[in-house]
Design a protein around this ligand. Structure first.
Ligand code: 4NP
Length: 147
Protein backbone atom coordinates (compact mmCIF):
# COMPACT_ATOMS: atom_id res chain seq x y z
CA UNK A 1 0.00 0.00 0.00
CA UNK A 2 1.68 3.20 -1.17
CA UNK A 3 0.86 6.90 -0.69
CA UNK A 4 2.96 10.06 -0.50
CA UNK A 5 3.78 10.37 3.20
CA UNK A 6 2.95 6.89 4.53
CA UNK A 7 1.26 8.50 7.51
CA UNK A 8 -2.39 8.99 6.42
CA UNK A 9 -3.78 6.74 3.66
CA UNK A 10 -1.45 3.78 3.21
CA UNK A 11 -1.11 2.95 6.94
CA UNK A 12 -4.92 2.77 7.06
CA UNK A 13 -4.97 0.66 3.90
CA UNK A 14 -2.39 -1.70 5.41
CA UNK A 15 -4.35 -1.99 8.67
CA UNK A 16 -7.71 -2.56 6.98
CA UNK A 17 -6.40 -5.07 4.42
CA UNK A 18 -4.51 -7.04 7.08
CA UNK A 19 -7.56 -7.04 9.36
CA UNK A 20 -9.89 -8.28 6.61
CA UNK A 21 -7.41 -10.92 5.41
CA UNK A 22 -6.89 -12.18 8.98
CA UNK A 23 -10.68 -12.37 9.44
CA UNK A 24 -10.86 -14.56 6.34
CA UNK A 25 -8.14 -16.84 7.67
CA UNK A 26 -5.72 -15.86 4.90
CA UNK A 27 -2.00 -16.06 5.69
CA UNK A 28 -1.23 -12.90 3.72
CA UNK A 29 1.15 -10.13 4.64
CA UNK A 30 0.49 -6.45 3.96
CA UNK A 31 2.85 -3.53 4.44
CA UNK A 32 2.85 0.15 3.50
CA UNK A 33 5.35 2.75 2.35
CA UNK A 34 5.54 6.30 1.06
CA UNK A 35 7.02 7.66 -2.13
CA UNK A 36 8.53 10.67 -0.34
CA UNK A 37 10.34 9.47 2.79
CA UNK A 38 9.38 12.80 4.43
CA UNK A 39 8.07 11.17 7.59
CA UNK A 40 10.54 8.29 7.95
CA UNK A 41 10.22 6.53 11.32
CA UNK A 42 7.10 8.43 12.38
CA UNK A 43 3.86 6.74 13.48
CA UNK A 44 0.69 7.27 11.45
CA UNK A 45 -1.16 10.60 11.66
CA UNK A 46 -3.25 10.72 14.86
CA UNK A 47 -6.41 11.15 12.76
CA UNK A 48 -5.70 7.88 10.91
CA UNK A 49 -4.98 6.10 14.21
CA UNK A 50 -8.26 7.48 15.60
CA UNK A 51 -10.50 6.36 12.74
CA UNK A 52 -8.86 2.92 12.67
CA UNK A 53 -9.26 2.51 16.44
CA UNK A 54 -12.94 3.44 16.15
CA UNK A 55 -13.32 0.38 13.90
CA UNK A 56 -11.28 -1.98 16.09
CA UNK A 57 -8.08 -1.77 14.03
CA UNK A 58 -4.76 -0.90 15.71
CA UNK A 59 -2.28 0.86 13.42
CA UNK A 60 -0.44 2.83 16.13
CA UNK A 61 2.70 0.66 15.99
CA UNK A 62 3.35 1.28 12.30
CA UNK A 63 6.35 3.39 11.29
CA UNK A 64 6.58 5.43 8.11
CA UNK A 65 9.18 4.35 5.58
CA UNK A 66 10.05 5.07 1.98
CA UNK A 67 9.24 2.64 -0.83
CA UNK A 68 12.40 0.82 -1.96
CA UNK A 69 13.32 -1.21 -5.05
CA UNK A 70 13.37 -4.43 -3.05
CA UNK A 71 9.63 -4.03 -2.38
CA UNK A 72 9.05 -4.87 -6.04
CA UNK A 73 10.73 -8.24 -5.51
CA UNK A 74 9.25 -9.10 -2.13
CA UNK A 75 5.59 -8.17 -2.74
CA UNK A 76 3.17 -9.56 -5.33
CA UNK A 77 1.27 -6.26 -5.54
CA UNK A 78 2.26 -2.62 -5.20
CA UNK A 79 -0.91 -0.56 -4.67
CA UNK A 80 -0.75 3.24 -5.09
CA UNK A 81 -3.53 5.47 -3.77
CA UNK A 82 -3.60 8.15 -6.49
CA UNK A 83 -2.19 9.05 -9.90
CA UNK A 84 0.81 10.91 -8.48
CA UNK A 85 1.72 7.88 -6.36
CA UNK A 86 1.29 5.69 -9.46
CA UNK A 87 3.70 7.85 -11.47
CA UNK A 88 6.30 7.79 -8.68
CA UNK A 89 5.90 4.04 -8.15
CA UNK A 90 6.43 3.38 -11.86
CA UNK A 91 9.58 5.49 -11.80
CA UNK A 92 11.03 3.45 -8.95
CA UNK A 93 10.03 0.02 -10.33
CA UNK A 94 13.10 -1.94 -11.49
CA UNK A 95 13.04 -3.35 -15.03
CA UNK A 96 11.38 -6.75 -15.11
CA UNK A 97 10.07 -6.58 -11.54
CA UNK A 98 7.45 -9.20 -10.84
CA UNK A 99 5.12 -7.10 -8.68
CA UNK A 100 1.83 -6.07 -10.22
CA UNK A 101 1.15 -2.34 -9.89
CA UNK A 102 -2.55 -1.75 -9.37
CA UNK A 103 -4.39 1.38 -8.15
CA UNK A 104 -6.29 0.84 -4.89
CA UNK A 105 -9.63 2.05 -6.22
CA UNK A 106 -9.28 -0.04 -9.38
CA UNK A 107 -10.31 -3.09 -7.37
CA UNK A 108 -13.63 -1.39 -6.58
CA UNK A 109 -14.25 0.51 -9.82
CA UNK A 110 -12.18 -0.94 -12.66
CA UNK A 111 -11.53 1.54 -15.50
CA UNK A 112 -12.94 4.51 -13.58
CA UNK A 113 -9.53 5.95 -12.70
CA UNK A 114 -10.49 6.65 -9.08
CA UNK A 115 -8.19 7.88 -6.36
CA UNK A 116 -8.09 7.75 -2.60
CA UNK A 117 -8.06 11.50 -1.83
CA UNK A 118 -5.25 12.91 0.30
CA UNK A 119 -6.86 13.89 3.64
CA UNK A 120 -3.72 15.48 5.18
CA UNK A 121 -4.74 19.14 4.94
CA UNK A 122 -8.42 18.59 5.73
CA UNK A 123 -10.44 17.70 8.82
CA UNK A 124 -11.51 14.47 10.45
CA UNK A 125 -14.37 14.00 7.99
CA UNK A 126 -11.81 13.42 5.25
CA UNK A 127 -10.25 10.59 7.25
CA UNK A 128 -13.68 8.98 7.72
CA UNK A 129 -14.23 9.23 3.96
CA UNK A 130 -10.82 7.66 3.29
CA UNK A 131 -11.56 4.88 5.77
CA UNK A 132 -14.83 4.05 4.01
CA UNK A 133 -13.26 4.10 0.54
CA UNK A 134 -10.43 1.85 1.71
CA UNK A 135 -12.79 -0.57 3.44
CA UNK A 136 -14.79 -1.00 0.24
CA UNK A 137 -11.77 -1.30 -2.04
CA UNK A 138 -9.96 -3.72 0.29
CA UNK A 139 -13.08 -5.93 0.45
CA UNK A 140 -13.26 -5.85 -3.35
CA UNK A 141 -9.53 -6.65 -3.58
CA UNK A 142 -9.85 -9.71 -1.33
CA UNK A 143 -12.97 -10.87 -3.18
CA UNK A 144 -11.16 -10.65 -6.50
CA UNK A 145 -7.91 -12.23 -5.36
CA UNK A 146 -9.63 -15.18 -3.64
CA UNK A 147 -12.15 -15.92 -6.41
P1 4NP B 1 -0.45 10.49 2.91
O1 4NP B 1 -0.79 12.00 3.30
O2 4NP B 1 0.28 10.52 1.59
O3 4NP B 1 -1.81 9.86 2.79
O4 4NP B 1 0.37 9.90 4.04
C1 4NP B 1 0.18 13.01 3.36
C2 4NP B 1 1.00 13.09 4.47
C3 4NP B 1 1.94 14.13 4.55
C4 4NP B 1 2.04 15.03 3.53
C5 4NP B 1 1.22 14.93 2.41
C6 4NP B 1 0.30 13.91 2.33
N1 4NP B 1 2.97 16.09 3.62
O5 4NP B 1 2.96 16.99 2.77
O6 4NP B 1 3.81 16.10 4.55
Amino acid sequence: MVCLGNICRSPLAEGIAQHLADQRGLDWHFDSAGTSGWHDGKPPDSRSIEVATAHGIDIAQQQSRKLIENDFEFFDFIIPMDAENLRDVRQLAPDGSKAQIRMMMDFLHPRRDGRVPDPYYGGKEGFREVYNLLLQSCEAMLNELTS
